[in-house]
Design a protein around this ligand. Sequence first.
Ligand SMILES: [Zn+2]
Length: 361
Amino acid sequence: MTVPAYFSATYAKARSKFLKACEERGFNVESHHNDRAKGAEGEDLYMDVVRIGPDNTSKVLFISSATHGGEGFCGSGVQVGMLEEGYFNDLPEDTAVILIHAINPYGFSHVRRVNEDNVDLNRNFLDYSQGLPDNSDYAEVHDMLVPDDWHGPAYKAAQSKIDAYVAERGLGTFQAAVTGGQHIHSDGLFFGGFKPTWTNDTLRAVSKQHAGNSKHLALLDFHTGLGPYGHGELIYVGDPTGLPRAMSWYGDDVTSPEAGTSSSAIVRGTIDGGVCDMAPNASHTCVAIEYGTLPVMEVLESLRADNWLYLKGDISSEQGKAIKKQIRDAFYGDADDWKNMIWERGTSVVKMALEGLREQK
Ligand SMILES: [Zn+2]
């Protein structure tokens, strides 16, 4: 297979490539069925997990795709390619790699960022016993993001308000207000939910099973839609004490939203929290690898359009089809040059992660 052939045009095709690649190598896949929704083609939805390496290793590397649904075309392609090319054939005996294919299978299949409950899973992993965070920044922009029509008078009025907000307070402030995560409008954008989702519960169980007793845990979570075209920014997430270790593994260009060096705003409730909770005695080195596609305002526009479509529009209409193409283009650079860039950076980062784990005592 060529590199572009590792990538797929639909969730169903991506899943079958992943399962076939595992089967051909004798790897046993655990398939976690999400019975709360169906796929865009009526198919069943699964989070598929494969462990490569022995049970109970002290070191574990998780490589995950599709936390944000339609971003899964990218991560799935890298996972399939690494299986096909035997990247994990010679792991040290104290190390296992866990590939998680489709953290959010609903969003992957329907090409949406969110899950079946309109929840952004990378905002859902909070400690709900502590109450919900303050969302006053988002409250101010919600009505601008969710107009009653799309490209009609309500849209145009909302657009003027967004333009005024950005002109007055800057794009960074707008991006932070919109994307930081909110727990007040279940029909809004970047909604983190009111409680743990199916993915949250499932991912915690998977993490406990595969890394509960580990000493060193690393996570690479594949994302798209932020930063320069095809560039793979490594965004450090989680406990700040791990940032120097991540930099020693991956280089000084590891970014941190908290330090203001990332294309991402500061966000709360990312998936690494759930994974790390289940491995309480391990060191945690977690990064999101974020590949650029289109300029950030175009990406946000596609998310607003998709949100409007499922709330108030008709998916089968011409407008609906145009919006689905728009969001697909915003999260999947469906071109050979983009796929080759994803592959080169993705595989080199995986090698650095394994090398970094190797050095841990
Ligand atoms: Zn993402």
